[in-house]
Design a protein around this ligand. Structure first.
Ligand SMILES: [Zn+2]
Ligand SMILES: [Zn+2]
Length: 429
């Protein structure tokens, strides 16, 4: 069969080292030219051209701006590798020589700077790097390589858009789906993973709370929606603290509370905007049902008439939780530990953030085994300074997020290629 693991390791890493200057050039270009969600036209074109040049069969425009690159290489499983393409409406302040100066108009209609503040430029470049390594090794694997570049991860809408556009029906349902995300809380080149639920269900909820307006000096002639909405905000906290299990993570955050126009007028309406986070379908239902019940109950307690009760709107679609198949995850991580050394691979707590990558499993849960892992991006000296309490680390989405891109890309490309080679060995498993 193939060469002994150590020799193969050496060639994979040596080939990658030779590819890195070209990959870094691509990275700097992508970083300087980010595009907003569902506006990734130029980005998609660049990726599609590269994948065509590598010999993939490329289809563009899947789920608006998505790219699907297929390489059939004999019998065997289908491995899907996913990168996301969108930047964020953030004005870059990293001061990097290749910092973005792009301007665009998001769905909100307010013109803004655009930045790859979530590091999706490292994802795309690592993905191209993996593709190059795998194409160079076509005689070492057998199966179908399905590489997808997804739009609009930041909206949680890109993955469902590609699935609804027939991703699996047109190109096949993968046996394995793998992605990575850069991480702003651990050092560059570290690999982090969470078996089971890795990222949360994300729901956006709007509550409109009617009141009966009037003069601020005569509250008894009104129903004050600010007092009522405040009671709702406080009571919502008990859904997490009293109703959901302490062992089942849940978050309800009221991120926006708007009402009124002037000191001495009691408004006739208050508006709340919430983000709601959970892992399981059951706890999601408990929170969402509870929110509707609390809003109605508090309004009734305040004496609002039946026809003027709050309306609760749950944004549809929502972003479902991302689940890492535990056995599959452990299997892939055991290989990473061999390749990178156990000290570079660590289990990390799951997060209440969201990712639409979870959709790729949810669409065909019995067929797809799925894994998303983290690749640390914090430059080592910054991480050390933060450990000493001398620096604060910027988070993802920060205008100051400047990962050690070279380490992220090299680690990710090698990891993705390694995982794929192990999943599709020549001659079957
Ligand atoms: Zn993001
Ligand atoms: Zn992201």
């Amino acid at each position: 069969m193939s060469a002994p693991a150590s020799a193969q390791d050496d060639t994979l890493r040596a080939d990658l080292a030779a590819d890195m200057p070209g990959l870094m050039e691509l990275y700097r270009d992508l970083h300087a030219t980010p595009e907003l969600s569902f506006q990734e036209f130029e980005t998609a074109k660049k990726l599609a051209a590269r994948m065509r040049a590598l010999g993939f069969e490329v289809t563009e425009g899947v789920g608006q701006t998505g790219v699907v690159a297929m390489m059939k290489n004999g019998e065997g499983p289908t491995v899907m590798l996913r990168a996301d393409m969108d930047g964020l409406p953030v004005v870059e302040q990293t001061g990097l020589p290749y910092a973005s100066k792009q301007i665009a108009v998001p769905a909100s209609g307010v013109e803004t700077g655009v930045m790859h503040a979530c590091g999706h430029d490292t994802h795309m470049t690592g993905w191209i790097g993996a593709a190059q390594l795998l194409v160079d090794r076509k005689d070492e694997w057998s199966g179908t390589l399905m590489m997808i570049a997804q739009p609009a991860e930041e909206l949680g809408e890109g993955a469902p858009a590609m699935l609804e556009d027939g991703l699996y029906e047109r190109f096949g349902t993968p046996d394995y789906a793998i992605a990575f995300h850069d991480a702003a809380q651990f050092p560059a080149g570290m690999i982090g993973y969470s078996p089971g639920f890795a990222l949360a269900n994300v729901d956006s909820v709007d509550i409109t709370v009617p009141g009966i307006g009037g003069h601020g000096a005569y509250p008894h002639t009104t129903k004050d929606p600010i007092v009522l909405a405040s009671a709702i905000v406080m009571k919502l906290q008990t859904l997490v603290s009293r109703e959901s299990s302490p062992l089942d993570p849940a978050v309800i955050t009221v991120g926006s509370f708007h009402a009124g126009a002037k000191h001495n007028i009691i408004s006739d309406e208050a508006k709340l905007q919430l983000t709601v986070r959970s892992y399981s379908d059951e706890s999601r239902k408990l929170l969402l049902d509870g929110i509707a019940r609390v809003a109605k109950g508090e309004a009734m307690a305040a004496g609002m008439p039946e026809d003027r009760l709050p309306t609760v709107t749950i944004a549809d679609p929502y972003t479902p939780a991302t689940f890492n198949d535990p056995d599959f995850t452990q299997r892939m991580m055991a290989g990473f530990a061999t390749r990178f050394g156990a000290e570079r691979v660590m289990q990390v707590p799951s997060v209440m953030g969201g990712e639409d990558f979870g959709q790729f499993k949810r669409y065909a849960p019995d067929e797809v085994q799925s894994l998303i892992f983290w690749v640390g991006g914090v430059p080592q000296e910054q991480f050390d300074a933060a450990q000493r309490g001398e620096a604060d680390l910027p988070s993802l989405h920060s205008p100051f997020w400047a990962p050690d891109a070279e380490k992220v890309i090299a680690t990710a490309a090698e990891a993705l290629a390694d995982a794929t080679l192990r999943l599709m060995p020549m001659g079957g498993e």
